[in-house]
Structure formats: C-alpha cells, structure tokens
Design a protein around this ligand. Sequence first.
Ligand code: CTP
Length: 395
Amino acid sequence: MARILLGISGGIAAAKATDLASRLAKAGHEVQVVMTPAATRFVAPLTFEALTRRSVLVEGLDPGMGILHIDLARWPDLVVVAPASADLLARQAAGMADDLLATVLLATTAPVVVVPAMNPAMWQHPATQANVAILRSRGVTVVPPATGPTACGEEGQGRMPEPADLLRELGGWLASGQGPLAGRKVLVTAGGTREPLDAVRFLGNRSSGRMGHALASAAQALGADVTLVTTSPLPSRTGVRRIEVTTAAEMAEATLARWPDADVLVMAAAVADWTPAQAAPHKLKKADGPPEIRLVPTRDILAEAGAAKRPGQLLVGFAAETGDLRVLGEEKRVRKGCDLLIANHAPRAMEAPDNEVVVLSGSGAEDLGPMIKEALADVLWQRFGRALAALSAPS
Ligand code: CTP
C-alpha cells in the first residue's frame, strides 16, 4: 500500500476531497493530509484527521517542529493535490515556498499529481494555462478539471472530478512500487524531435513515439517509477511521469538532468542529429527565395549518458539502420557506451504498429518479432530486467 501525501488547497472542492481521503484510507493507503491555511476555512482539519487517523498539518515553521517540510517531502510514494486552486498552481509553478504545502511541493522528489478545481474563467485564463504548461514540462501530472455546473453557478470546465473517477486515474500510481521493477527509477525517451526552421516550419522525422510510450507503460506496469521524456502526443499510462519536449536540445536537458538519479535510461527517441544554426523568429517568405539553411550538430544524448554512466546503471540505445543491423548496431553500441542496443530497420519501424528488432549486448545478438510494439515492450523489459539484475549482483 502506498504512502500518499494529500495536499488540500482553498476552494469549495476541498469538501469533495474528504471523500477522496476517505476512499484512499479505506483502500489501505497511508494518507497524510497537508492543508493550506485557506483550505482550513472550507473544511475543518479535524474532518480529515478523523478520516485518515493522522494529524493534519498546516504550518511547518513553528518552533519545535524541526525541519518538518523536508521530512514530509521525503515520506510519500505519491503526492496528490486535490483540489489545486489557481493560486496554488501559480505558487507551485513559481517555485514559491510560502506555506507548508508549497514547500513540500518544492522539496519532494516523489511523483506529483495535481487536480485543479476552480471557476471556469480562472481555469481558462492564460496565466493558469501557462502555469499548468510549466508544471507539465517539469513532470507534474495535471488531471484536467471536469466540465459541468460549478459551485459559483457557472457552466464550464473547472469542477474537481468525482473522487471515484480520480481514484481510477490514480490507479497506475498506486500500483507502482509493486512488481519486479519496484524501487527502480526508469527514464524513457520517445518520439521524433522537431527542430524549428522559422516560426511555423521544422525539420523532423517520422517517428511516432509508440515504441517509447509502450516501453514506459510496460515499465510502470512492472512497478518502476517511470519518467517519460516525449515529443509525442500519444497518451501515456497513468502513473508515468510525463515530460513534454519538442527539440533535441530540450530532450537533452530534460533527460541528462535526470540520468544521474535513474537506474535505467532507454533512448527510444529519434533525436535529430542536426538543428538549424538559427531559427527565423518570423515566417520565411517565399518571395525572399529559397533559404540557405546551415545545420549544426545537436548533443548526442545517448553518448553523453554513456560517458557519464556509473556502475549499476543500465543504458539502452536504439539504432535505426538501413544497412546490416548486427554490424552497424554493435559498432554503435560500443561507440555510444551503452549496455544494450536495440537495432531496427529505419523505414520499417517508424509509424508502424509492429516491429522486429535485434537485441545486441556485446555477448550476442537476439532476434525478436515481428510483434506489435506493446508486446515487444514487454519482452524487451524481460531482457532489461535481467541485465539490470546482473549489474547490481555482487561480483
Ligand atoms: N541519439 C541521441 N542523441 C542524438 C542522436 C541519437 O541520444 N543526437 C540516440 C537515439 O535515441 C538512439 C541512438 O542514439 O538511441 C542511435 O540513434 P541513431 O539515429 O540510430 O544514430 P546516430 O547517432 O544518428 O548515428 P548514425 O547517423 O551513424 O546512424
């Protein structure tokens, strides 16, 4: 059962959060409620104390409390903020630490799910939408509000989803921590990067992201703590921490910042090798004639991760080849410093629902497929799991 820190911010939906707290506690989870001072004006802390059988925390800076916010931030398997008010989202996006809940959100490394609930106009406001985009780009999962009548008498998107629906939404998170990959931090990249040429055009490739998304979902189902850095609009399983990026530079930054802390990195993304030296801030006009585009190399994420790899970490690369898979793949595996390399035929693999690959490990080559990418992901995780266990085994 999971340890859940349930953050409650000020809003009429705080009343609905009592039902959520009750369901989580009844399901056997340990629930620690942290309320903002404003939330306590909507629901008395005692209500949550009775439902969760734990003291509700509001202030963290009283004498004698020690460094409560840091202890609290380390405690949960999952942080859920429901309801998350517009004000809380703004403070979280700005990295503020002006109350206990905001401080915990800043200090925690656990996955964070926020459930915004507010007046529809406040939800639609560009400021709120920009804050939500910032939080998503940092890997926070934002459960969109439901549509319907709101407490303020308006109709629109802003209602907190029903606790039963939320529980289903949280199912993936609550299941993680159980399974053969429990306790493992897995990082997966997916999709093709887009390199801007001007305000409307980009250089890209045909990768759909399906293989990477399937690998992320499969790892999550096996109990891993999964972060997916993706360019793809494809859905991801609940419980997968999703970071949306567009360019190779953004993917490099998001991935390499998290690599030191991960057990496994699977580079399934089709990362551009070159990017335009300059992207015109406006749309290039036809009348100006064909542009001369100078390309500069991007960072090779896999090679950088290979150079920084520490003992016990498993690094998996992919190779899209049009020539001899085994020869080119093995050469690439060694060159980029990865443990395993999954080689596939470039045009065949992209955009297709299925794939066939060769798994190269230095000590052999194994053919897998053809099979649909979701099934292939399951088989690949059997191989990755074994390789990971071998790396951590005492020699
Ligand atoms: N890769 C990366 N960063 C890049 C380019 C590729 O991390 N800038 C990763 C891909 O995610 C993949 C692996 O490197 O896991 C191999 O990608 P591939 O396109 O096959 O190789 P290239 O580096 O482009 O080499 P080549 O052009 O020789 O095929």
